[in-house]
Design a binder for this molecule. Structure first.
Ligand code: SAM
Ligand code: DTB
Ligand code: SF4
Length: 341
């Protein structure tokens, strides 16, 4: 049976009023969620929350498919921004060596390898505040080359002007990743060199250029549940919601200010995935950074909670990710399969 058609009535139509978007009407997740409404989801008994997340998930997605994105850091380290979680910032002594922008051939070799391993999307990340126009030409060539290999393309290059977004769209870019990272209230505790509004402006330029939006955040930075709910309410309130929503669990890197933060309770992480799924029904919710530090049972719970995408490949940008072979074995044990691009 097609998992998309197993429920006759949209499950989120049966939500009690206090768990519905604030416009009052059911909008299939396109309405705005207040922070209190998101907190009410968080407060549900875990089995109830997972049940609801599964209902929404099956209404909009094939429940046995996981989308696979491979990351490559095309320009590593030396970033002028001060993001407190990030090993690539010049503000933190992490011992990371800064590199220049990679050559096209090297990038295409990595993309070919990702495709051979079964990835559907190739995401290229650069440690920039924003791209210089001459660098953007080089990235545009990378996008064209990767796309020609039959992979979906994604880049994350920092802040983007409207004309730069259009340049990337012309090169064939499918997705731009730019995260809100946390709630507007907590954000300033982690990042001082760019504002929340700067991020919203970049997202608007990406959207206007007709590029799919990949936007999520990080948890485990010492934020409260209210901050996590604030992040989710912001993401779900983007109109339309991001097509991809990466939920990162902080990878604590020695030398960063967030190095010794109290880790998030694993069940609270699962709740965050479930709440993202319920509030953004049609988005791909990506179980992102932090999987190397999770056991397989916790990852399985995240898939039950509605995660349907992962970063796939032995590295994230500068830190470790589970080996591709180990991930293939895990998906197979769980009866899940890679989504065909
Ligand atoms: N420099 C660009 C920017 O910040 O927009 C693109 C790359 S940046 C590394 C992309 C995202 O990775 C960040 O917004 C953050 O959400 C995530 N990230 C970075 N370091 C992380 C860490 N140590 N643990 C978890 N997520 C992290
Ligand atoms: C996202 O949300 N997470 C990815 C991707 N977008 C670019 C990056 C995670 C980085 C983790 C730390 C590192 O490897 O440097
Ligand atoms: Fe730079 Fe991005 Fe790291 Fe922030 S997250 S320091 S912008 S590479």
């Amino acid at each position: 049976m097609n998992p998309r058609t197993t429920t006759a009535v949209a499950p989120h139509r049966r939500r009690p009023h206090h768990l519905a978007p604030s416009d009052g009407a059911d909008t299939g997740g396109l309405g705005r969620w207040s922070v209190d409404q998101v907190l009410a989801l968080y407060a549900l008994p875990l089995p109830e929350l997972l049940f609801r997340a599964q209902q929404v998930h099956r209404e909009h997605h094939a429940a046995d498919e996981v989308q696979l994105s491979t990351l490559l850091s095309i320009k590593t380290g030396g970033c002028p921004e001060d993001c407190g979680y990030c090993p690539q910032s010049v503000h933190h002594e992490t011992g990371l060596k800064a590199d220049k922008l990679m050559d096209l051939d090297e990038v295409l070799d990595a993309a070919r390898e990702a495709k051979a391993q079964g990835a559907g999307r190739f995401c290229m990340g650069a440690a920039w505040r924003e791209p210089k126009d001459r660098d953007l030409d080089k990235v545009a060539a990378m996008v064209e080359g990767v796309k020609a290999l039959g992979l979906e393309t994604c880049v994350t290059l920092g802040m983007l002007r409207a004309d730069q977004a259009r340049r990337l769209k012309d090169a064939g870019l499918d997705y731009y990743n730019h995260n809100l990272d946390s709630s507007p209230q907590f954000y300033g505790r982690v990042i001082g060199t760019r504002t929340y509004q700067d991020r919203l402006d970049t997202l608007a330029h990406v959207r206007e250029a007709g590029i799919h939006v990949c936007c999520g955040g990080i948890v485990g930075m010492g934020e409260t549940r209210e901050d996590r709910a604030g992040l989710i309410a912001q993401l779900a309130g983007l109109d339309p919601a991001p097509e991809s929503v990466p939920i990162n669990n902080l990878v604590q890197v020695p030398g960063t200010p967030l190095e010794a933060t109290e880790p998030i309770d694993p069940f609270e992480f699962v709740r965050t995935i479930a709440v993202a799924r319920i509030t953004m029904p049609t988005s791909m919710v990506r179980l992102s950074a932090g999987r190397e530090q999770m056991d397989e049972a916790l990852q399985a719970m995240c898939f039950v909670a509605g995660a349907n995408s992962i970063f796939y490949g032995d590295r994230l940008l500068t830190t470790a990710n589970p080996q591709a072979q180990k991930d293939r074995a895990l998906l197979s044990r769980l009866g899940l399969k890679a989504q065909q691009a």
